[in-house]
Structures are given as structure tokens and as C-alpha cells.
Design a protein around this ligand. Structure first.
Ligand code: PA5
Length: 524
């Protein structure tokens, strides 16, 4: 294409949404003009499915659930008045709770004030709060320091606790779990509660549960008299819960303007609810994903925000997109093995890492650049008439051109600045794009059978571990011998791996043989 043709294509496919301060350029995805027309029937069906979802139909058939994250920022659109009321009450309660904590009217039993927040949760109960905390936090204005535990790694938990140190007595602990039964979160909570006990502090007077009413966690929090309980709803999925209590409570506590996040998401929803595709950036994104990845995840989506504050956006999107779209079966139960792989960190940092391969290596991806117009920070000139921010912008445009010259596709989302409204809008934009794209490819974006399968598999391993530990004695035994004695010959490899773990953690002793077949183990 000549530069003039490129410019013409850019102009005719530039979707600008002034009310959001956001625009989307899709001109560097290789679609033909007829593509929109070809996709019209599928897109019409996707809009209809989205309208039905917003109206409260069961949009998550495998779990028989409504899907209501859009109502969280427009409670009046919820299909029943009780739901609208509940959403509004939760937003108000979250805002008020944070104000009370900041004012010291909600304070630790041991006196003084809560100055830190330790958030324990995983997946959708962690990634949104982590992303928003980093995107919008500011050490000068934050009202509280946020710390996160999002794994069952005892060393990671220990590090988080040590970073709190003496501050533990001023720490408010949030335990976030929609189901209230996720083992990683439960383990984090138990280790943290133990640290409180060892420090002579009463954990329950520092603890807040954010979970579905009636869940195991909710019942525990109620019976132990925790400081507060906030509801999560059956009809909000973990990965779309940032505008529920899951995101609001940590955000308000940190001092982030979560009302602006809600407003940005609400405004973006209003725009992306429209059926006028050329003016709907979420629909355009969904179409471009379809085009670039052949509607079957044939290419990966690389998310490249040129802004440090947006570093965790790609990680957040990795879950939102891959957990939603990575499905074996379509809505009719046919095997489809769908998905869209997502990775990325930030520019220009990544230009000194994997962008080399993007430019010159295997062409198995398309990029979404996120361009932030206002540079922020210091305006110091680093050379004649040029600031560090000019460099950042120059690197983005340069990389976009360099990729295009080598036939690599990209699209670009431009926002004015990273503030609450923009972050809310970006979250809502991708949530809607995921929902529309899921309809284009005919899958349920709102369940996660793979995650459930992983949980079950881990439980099986732990049951086996207990039996293996019980089978150890003073007589050295190989993995095969133990497997035979347990009647689990088909699990010999798993048993060897468990034995290695037990030996490394002082629960077994082992010989030094390198061959797994002859290595022997005894009880410690
Ligand atoms: O998005 C999802 O549904 C998952 O990633 C969940 O958030 C994750 O498994 C944690 O579940 P829960 O919030 O029930 O502890």
C-alpha cells in the first residue's frame, strides 16, 4: 500500500469516541472491505445474544447463571429491582466502609488505625484489584498501602507478611473468594491468621470477607464474628468482577477514585452496547480478533501498552480473555478447541526483549498497542526539543510502522491519560469485546470447566500424598514398591514426584540414586 492508501484506510477505519476520550485504529489489521458485510449475520446474532444477556437471560448455560457485570455500573439496568437495590447498597457500603476505615471509626481492636490492606484472593479475585492498584495508585495520595497474596506458595506468603512486619497490627485483611472454597485463598488466610496469632493479634477483628452469601467463607466469617462481610453475586464471574465489591473495596481503601472507574465503565458500556458497528470499538475489536486469528486463535494477541502504569493490564487481560475464550466445546457441545492466547508487558521495555521476534521472527501474532497521549511526569528535555515522553511515543509509532513494514498486523487503542475513567472504560471495552467475540465463535465465555478440573486434579494428588506418606517406613522402598503396595501401579510416576517433594521438605529421607527407578525412600 502507498502511504496515501494507508492514510485513507486509517481515516476510514478510525473509530473515535470523544465521550470516552478513546479511539481505536484497526487499519493495520489485514481485512478487506467486504469483511464487515460477510460478518454481518454473525455479528447480528452476537448483538442479539448480548442484548439478551443484559436483559437477564441465562447467558452462562453450563452453570445456569445470568451474567450481570454490566449492571454493576448501571444498577438501574438490572432485570429485577431487588438486584438494582443490592448493587447500589453494596457500592454505598464499600465507599462508606473505606471512609470509616480512613477516619479511624473502624479501627484495629488493639487501637490506632488501619494503615495497610492485605488482599488474599486468586484469579478473578486478585487480578483486577492488582491491576487497578498499580494503574491508579500514587504513593503521595494513597490512603492505605495495598499488599497482595494470590497463591498458596508459603514462601511468597512469608515474604508478603515480612513486608508488613510490625505493620501487621495496622493491617486490614481482605479475603476475596466468590465461591468461598478456593484452596489457595483458604491456605493464604490460614497462614495469615496464624501470623496474627503469633503476633498476639486477633485476626477476626482485622478480617473482612468478600464472598457469596452462604459460602463456606461467609459462614466462617459470620460464626467467627469477622469485622465485615460484603457480598459477591452468583451472576458475576470472577474475571469480570472488578466493578463489584471485589474491586471496589480494595480500591476505595487505597484511596482510588472508584466512582470514576465505575463511571468510565458505565460510559463505555453505553457506547459498546450500540449495534452501529463502525462506532462500537468493542465490536470492531471482536471482529479484528476474528479476522486476525481466523476465528480459531490461529494468532496470539500481544498487548503492548506504552505506559508503566498499565504493566499489569496484559496480565489482567490474559485471564479475562483466555479463561473466557479457551474452551474445548462450543455451545452445541461440538469439539472446537477455541482460544486466543494473550501475552505482553509494556513498551518500550519489551522492545528490548521479545519485540525482536515480533518484528523479524515467526509471524504468529497481532498486536494491540495502547497509546496514552499525555506523557505526564517531568517535562525535562533529554535532547533538543525532545522529552522522555516524546521518546516513548516515538518508540510506539516506530514499532507500529516497523511491524507493518514486515507484514505484522496491529491495532491501536488511544486514550488521553491513565485515570479512573480511562481504566474503567478499558476494562469495560475488553469485557464487551470478549462477550461479542465469544458469540462470533459460538462458545460460552462465562464458565471455566478447565479451572474446576485443575482444582479436582490437585485434590486427587493431595489424597494420594497422604497415602504415600502413610506407606513410608524404616525399610527403604522405591516408588514402584510403594505404588504396588498401595495398589496404584498406574500412578508410579506421580508417586515418585510426591516422594521427591516429601524428601525435599523433611517428610521423607531418600537415597542419592539418580535413576528414579532405584531411588529409595524411608520415613523421616
Ligand atoms: O474468573 C474466575 O472465575 C476464576 O479465575 C476465579 O476468580 C478463581 O478461580 C478464584 O475463584 P474464587 O473467587 O471463587 O475464589
Amino acid at each position: 500500500m502507498t502511504p496515501h492508501e494507508l492514510w485513507t484506510r486509517f481515516r476510514s477505519h478510525y473509530c473515535s469516541v470523544p465521550s470516552l476520550g478513546l479511539s481505536l485504529d484497526i487499519s493495520r489489521i489485514a481485512f478487506e472491505e467486504s469483511f464487515f458485510e460477510q460478518m454481518e449475520p454473525k455479528l447480528k446474532a452476537a448483538y442479539a445474544a448480548m442484548d439478551a444477556l443484559e436483559a437477564g437471560q441465562i447467558a452462562n448455560p453450563s452453570e445456569q447463571r445470568m451474567v450481570g457485570h454490566y449492571w454493576l455500573r448501571a444498577p438501574e439496568l438490572a432485570p429485577k429491582p431487588e438486584l438494582s437495590q443490592e448493587i447500589t447498597m453494596t457500592i454505598d457500603a464499600a465507599r462508606q466502609f473505606a471512609a470509616d476505615v480512613h477516619a479511624g471509626t473502624v479501627a484495629p481492636a488493639e487501637g490506632a488505625r488501619f494503615t495497610r490492606v492485605l488482599s488474599i484472593g486468586i484469579g478473578g479475585s486478585a487480578l483486577g484489584p492488582l491491576f487497578v492498584s498499580q494503574a491508579l495508585g500514587d504513593p503521595d495520595t494513597d490512603k492505605m498501602q495495598l499488599h497482595f497474596i494470590d497463591n498458596t506458595d508459603p514462601e511468597g506468603i512469608d515474604l508478603a507478611l515480612r513486608s508488613l512486619g510490625e505493620g501487621l497490627k495496622e493491617t486490614l485483611v481482605l479475603v476475596l473468594s466468590k465461591s468461598g472454597g478456593t484452596p489457595e485463598t483458604r491456605n493464604g488466610m490460614l497462614l495469615v491468621a496464624d501470623a496474627f496469632r503469633r503476633a498476639g493479634l486477633e485476626f477476626t477483628k482485622h478480617a473482612v470477607a468478600i464472598t457469596m452469601p452462604g459460602s463456606k467463607l461467609d459462614k466462617q466469617a459470620e460464626s467467627e464474628g469477622w469485622l465485615r462481610r460484603f457480598p459477591m453475586y452468583d451472576w458475576v464471574g470472577g474475571r469480570t468482577s472488578e466493578t463489584s465489591a471485589v474491586g471496589l473495596i480494595p480500591g476505595f481503601l487505597q484511596g482510588i477514585d472508584m466512582d470514576a472507574v465505575l463511571a468510565g465503565a458505565r460510559e463505555c458500556d453505553a457506547v459498546t452496547r450500540r449495534h452501529q458497528t463502525r462506532h462500537n470499538p468493542a465490536a470492531l475489536m471482536a471482529l479484528m480478533w476474528y479476522k486476525a486469528s481466523d476465528g480459531r486463535g490461529a494468532k496470539d494477541l500481544v498487548v503492548l501498552p506504552y505506559k508503566d502504569r498499565l504493566l499489569l493490564f496484559s496480565r489482567y487481560l490474559q485471564q479475562l480473555i483466555m479463561e473466557s475464550l479457551g474452551k474445548q466445546l462450543d455451545l452445541q457441545g461440538n469439539r472446537v478447541d477455541q482460544g486466543l492466547a494473550v501475552y505482553g508487558n509494556k513498551g518500550s521495555t519489551d522492545q528490548h526483549a521479545y519485540v525482536q521476534q515480533l518484528r523479524d521472527g515467526v509471524n504468529n501474532f497481532f498486536v494491540t498497542f495502547i497509546r496514552v497521549l499525555e506523557s505526564g511526569g517531568e517535562w525535562l528535555l533529554v535532547e533538543a526539543d525532545i522529552t522522555a515522553g516524546d521518546y516513548l511515543h516515538g518508540f510506539l509509532l516506530g514499532t507500529r510502522s516497523a511491524l507493518h513494514e514486515n507484514n505484522r498486523q496491529s491495532m491501536t487503542i488511544t486514550v488521553l491519560r491513565v485515570d479512573g475513567r480511562t481504566v474503567g472504560a478499558l476494562i469495560a471495552l475488553f469485557e464487551r469485546a470478549v462477550g461479542l467475540y465469544a458469540s462470533l465463535i459460538g462458545i460460552n465465555a462465562y464458565d471455566q470447566p478447565g479451572v474446576e478440573a485443575g482444582k479436582k486434579a490437585a485434590a486427587t494428588v493431595l489424597t494420594l500424598q497422604k497415602r504415600v506418606a502413610g506407606a513410608l517406613g524404616v525399610q527403604p522402598q522405591t516408588a514402584e514398591e510403594i505404588a504396588r503396595s498401595l495398589g496404584e501401579v498406574q500412578e508410579t510416576e506421580m508417586i515418585f514426584l510426591i516422594l521427591e517433594h516429601l524428601a525435599a521438605n523433611g517428610d521423607a529421607n531418600s537415597s542419592n540414586d539418580v535413576d528414579p527407578g532405584i531411588r529409595t525412600f524411608v520415613a523421616a
